[in-house]
Ligand binder design. Structure first.
Ligand code: ADP
Ligand code: MG
Length: 380
């Protein structure tokens, strides 16, 4: 077990890393963050912020010398970086697990190989692959295999011709072609798994997206108990098959009543933010615990919760780029009972950029949802 006042390392300085730093500090650890952005949200809180790229081996050597173990908060850390650090200190999740989650082809192949539910897809490496794709995949979605997020690097394609055009627009980078599924709704499971194989899953949550970006998370999900349990079970199988250690997010589609895995995130997940306010132990503290080899905490959710993402457009009058830039009036939110506001300390708001979120908690799920949506309407 790694115990305070040890120093933990975090690769990535975004908001997920920032909450990890806070959780680790609460528990008495020090944290070093590696992120090339000098203004990164996690770097601001870290005991030391190494402003360096993920393949800067001098910085990695410093991290390995100071930290007792290292984790990551975003899936695009080069697997080689994780492998390199693992020569000196424990790295959780492992390079192998992250490599599966950071490439949509590897991810879908992993699901298929392990008999886990996934939608129809084809790996696209060349024009010939587009020509050979099963006609049943149209209408579909073409997604770049790597570095896509918040709906970026995706194109809806009605036909083979459109898929070819989109593949060229993506500079013939490796892609997956997925069938466009009719979605009843979307859910996710966030869980933590320890080195001993113990798993603690948070209750299944329901996610609503806007323009491809998560907008609102409702937790627990309104889904049937059977579907919610099944989602947890699938997420646990994924964690086991990956030999996963740390906090893992699994996104699902519910299509015609059936659960299908959409994608996995080898880190805490946006749809688990509410665990900060509505669960005994948050997804971030679980990440600290799993990394440090402590027993996992209780994932029980003590209150109904609704989380609302605050995107950069909120900083522009009228919600568009043309509007005047100004700070939203936060006092409106602070007046709402059961609401907690979390801002990430990002210096500049761009439309679509995740700047903060709020969570409303309470006893009655319907009332919580109503209050959260009213609060969003009032601030927007
Ligand atoms: P990201 O990495 O941007 O989160 P996702 O693959 O999760 O990418 O896609 C973002 C959202 O787009 C999904 O949550 C879903 O709402 C929609 N979407 C993606 N793929 C499909 C699909 N095959 N069928 C229907 N909707 C989809
Ligand atoms: Mg997604």
């Amino acid at each position: 077990m790694i115990l305070p006042p040890a120093t933990l390392g975090m690769l990535g300085g975004g908001q997920l890393g920032r909450f990890f730093v806070s959780a680790a500090h609460e528990m008495g650890y020090k944290v070093w963050v590696l992120d090339p952005d000098p203004a990164s949200p996690a770097g601001q809180l870290a005991d030391r912020h190494l402003v360096a790229g993920y393949e800067d081996y001098a910085a990695l050597d410093q991290l390995a010398a100071e930290c007792a173990a290292v984790s990551t908060e975003f899936e695009n850390v080069p697997a080689g970086t994780l492998d390199y650090l693992a020569k000196f200190i424990p790295v959780h999740p492992s390079a192998a697990a992250v490599a599966v989650c950071q490439n949509r082809i590897a991810e879908k192949t992993f699901l298929a190989d392990n008999g886990l539910p996934h939608g129809p897809f084809a790996a696209i490496h060349s024009d010939e692959d587009v020509a050979a794709a099963n006609a049943g995949l149209f209408p579909g979605v073409l997604k770049v295999a790597r570095f896509g997020y918040d709906g970026k690097g995706q194109a809806r394609v009605a036909s083979r011709e459109e898929a070819l055009a989109a593949f060229h627009k993506f500079n013939r980078e490796a892609c997956v072609l997925e069938k466009l599924l009719p979605l009843d709704y979307e859910v996710s499971v966030v869980l933590a798994r320890s080195e001993s194989g113990a798993v603690r899953a948070f209750p299944t949550a329901e996610n609503r997206h806007r323009h491809g970006i998560l907008d609102v998370t409702i937790a627990p999900a309104h889904a049937s108990a059977c579907l919610a349990d099944n989602a947890q079970h699938v997420a646990e199988q994924i964690a086991e098959k990956l030999g996963y250690i740390g906090t893992l997010g699994v996104e699902f589609f519910v299509t015609r009543g059936e659960l299908v895995v959409n994608e996995m995130a080898p880190r805490p997940h946006n749809s688990g933010h509410h665990t900060l306010d509505a669960c005994v132990i948050s997804q971030y503290e679980q990440q600290v615990r799993a990394l440090a080899g402590l027993p996992l905490g209780e994932a029980r959710q003590h209150s109904a919760a609704v989380m609302v993402n605050l995107l950069g457009e909120l900083w522009y009058e009228g919600g568009t780029h043309e509007g005047k830039y100004r700070e939203p009036d936060w006092s409106v939110l602070h007046a709402v009972p059961g609401l907690r506001l979390h801002l990430y300390g990002k210096h500049h708001a761009r439309p679509g950029r995740k700047m903060g979120h709020f969570t409303v908690i309470g006893d009655d799920p319907a009332a919580v949802l109503e209050r959260a949506l009213a609060a969003r309407a009032a601030i927007g």
